[in-house]
Design a protein around this ligand. Structure first.
Ligand SMILES: *[C@@H]1O[C@H](CO)[C@@H](O)[C@H](O)[C@H]1NC(C)=O
Ligand SMILES: *[C@@H]1O[C@H](CO)[C@@H](O)[C@H](O)[C@H]1NC(C)=O
Ligand SMILES: *[C@@H]1O[C@H](CO)[C@@H](O)[C@H](O)[C@H]1NC(C)=O
Length: 510
């Protein structure tokens, strides 16, 4: 199908997600624009531009049309620092909840704010427990890598950010001196894989760009939206944040260019630290079937669920971290065949302090290799991640075991070496990919050689692991999750029921 991308540019898009072409992050259809003219809206008059380095990237506007199984566009909006009970009791939130599905068992992952934002982009927060500025190495992949792999367009939008690609820690609204934009709530700009790539940094944009793209039908298919420090409740209250949400959202929910869209409105973390990090989360939008509006879903979810849901919807590969095994929102899982699992035990789980990691100030631990062998409803790891981390995973193992349980300060990450089966899975992946490439006729030269080398290493390692096992070495299995024809209603032993039936079956030891 041909879609118009403004300025007369057109691009031919794939018809279905199965045969979706991979769009390079810059296509000829991308529209590049320097924000040299004053933005359209009144609140743009603050000019942190005088105090901050000048804009170095063009704003890139482009969309795509990759059909999803349950929705065609995902927009997540994050508010700040509010306990579940407070948000759910707020009158504006109650009104909004009547239009969507309230997730009553949804969790943030740590304190302070930033770790939660980073986790929702990369499937781990790597020990982050402050609002400091981080530049995460380029070999750590994010949701952007898996979206681009299937040609799904994306964009991040920040209210009160002075211009596209702004990298400073904060910006004050010079009109009213309000604390306005902070980098710690803008997850993508902490990753070098994004900041060192102009075609990606140009997609980290302002609220003004959001409004323009909304009106021209050019909003991308995956959107992360951060309200400013007043609107998100950080410097105000849940009353202000909910008033903001109930003013901003309704026009979006019914907007003609946002058909079949799923919104997730949530909070980064709870306000009270010494309790479980339980936060309000609400699914909204035209993608919610009318009969489910005003209902609740008590399945266990956390911030990683938004990654898993997006991956399931578009049949994306995963990052091999906590994204892969998180619960997919049931309303989507019903369409994708994913399993909505019951959390084994939330008792004594607070998720209120960070485990050791590469960015923990006190407790250092290196960045763990992703789990190359995780299989979730047919979804495997992104091949580029396998190439980058394969050797380390083989030698050191991984902390991502496919469980729903997220570690935290008092239950930190634990490494497990890959089992023989897991090494075989990865070996199979490499073979399969090679065959596919050969079928396509595109001999990849150097890339192919690297793959072959990797396959040999994995093969050798499988032999070594088998030998170790024979002499009593430690063995672990990965829980694989596969969609199949069993219809099951999942309910917690703790009395939490699930609002709907989903197609599911769990296959262990894949
Ligand atoms: C952000 O907050 C300020 C208050 O400082 C408000 O006046 C402004 O309109 C907000 N910006 C956006 C984009 O909503
Ligand atoms: C996390 O919660 C536990 C249990 O209430 C508490 O003992 C601990 O101090 C909390 N951590 C923080 C950082 O508040
Ligand atoms: C990832 O990048 C960091 C920083 O450049 C480096 O220290 C680390 O060894 C890399 N890891 C792998 C598996 O290549």
């Amino acid at each position: 199908m041909r879609i118009s991308l403004g300025l007369g540019a057109t691009v031919v898009m794939a018809h279905s997600w199965v045969c979706a072409v991979t769009l390079p992050s810059t296509t000829s259809a991308d529209v590049h624009r320097r924000d040299s003219t004053p933005p359209l809206t009144s609140h743009s008059s603050h000019s942190s531009r005088q105090r901050h380095p000048k804009q170095v990237v063009d704003t890139i506007t482009s969309t795509s049309n990759v059909p999803g199984k349950a929705f065609d566009r995902f927009i997540t909006i994050w508010l700040e620092n509010t306990d579940y009970a407070k948000a759910v009791g707020d009158p504006n939130m109650k009104k909004l909840a009547k239009q969507g599905i309230l997730l009553t068992n949804y969790h943030a992952l740590t304190h302070a704010s930033q770790g939660n934002y980073i986790a929702a982009a990369a499937g781990d927060y790597f020990g982050i427990e402050t609002g400091d500025t981080y530049n995460i190495p380029s070999n750590v992949s994010t949701i952007v890598d898996v979206l681009e792999d299937k040609g799904v367009s994306w964009g991040a939008y920040q209210e009160d950010m002075p211009y596209t690609g702004f990298l400073s820690a904060e910006a004050v609204n010079t009109r009213n001196k309000a604390n306005a934009y902070v980098r710690r709530h803008n997850p993508l700009v902490s990753f070098k894989s994004i900041t060192e790539n102009k075609a990606r940094l140009g997609r980290c944009k302002t609220h003004t760009a959001f409004l323009e793209e909304l009106e021209t039908g050019l909003l991308p298919q995956w959107v992360f939206y951060t309200p400013n420090m007043t609107n998100n409740g950080h410097d105000t209250s849940v009353t202000h944040a909910s008033h903001y949400a109930s003013t901003f959202l309704p026009s979006l929910l019914s907007h003609p260019s946002l058909s079949n869209t799923l919104f997730l409105l949530t909070f980064d973390e709870s306000h009270t630290y010494p309790v479980r990090n339980h936060v309000f989360a609400l699914l909204l939008g035209t993608a919610i079937p009318p009969h489910l509006r005003g209902t609740t879903d008590a399945s266990y979810y956390d911030h990683y669920s938004q990654l898993a849901t997006v991956q399931a919807n578009w049949g994306l590969r995963h990052l091999g971290r906590y994204d892969a095994a998180a619960n997919v929102f049931a309303v989507v899982a019903g369409e994708t065949g994913d399993v909505v699992r019951v959390h084994p035990d939330l008792g004594g789980v607070w998720l209120n302090q960070s485990y050791p990691g590469a960015f923990h100030r006190k407790y250092f631990a290196p960045i763990p290799p992703p789990n190359l062998a995780l299989r979730v409803n047919g979804r495997g790891i992104l091949p580029a991640i396998r190439k980058e981390w394969g050797e380390l995973w083989r030698g050191k193992g991984t902390v991502y075991d496919g469980s729903l349980e997220i570690p935290w300060r008092y239950k930190p990450q634990v490494y497990k070496l890959p089992s023989e089966e897991e090494l075989k899975i990865v070996e199979g992946d490499i073979e399969e990919e090679k065959e596919e490439k050969e079928k396509e006729g595109g001999k990849g030269g150097k890339e192919e050689e690297e793959e072959e080398e990797m396959a040999t290493m994995v093969k050798e390692s499988a032999t070594a692991t088998a030998a170790a096992a024979a002499v009593g070495g430690e063995r672990t299995e990965t829980a694989g999750v596969k969609g199949a024809a069993a219809r099951e209603r999942s309910a917690g032993s703790n009395g939490w029921g699930v609002g709907m039936a989903v197609v599911m079956v769990v296959v262990m030891g894949m």
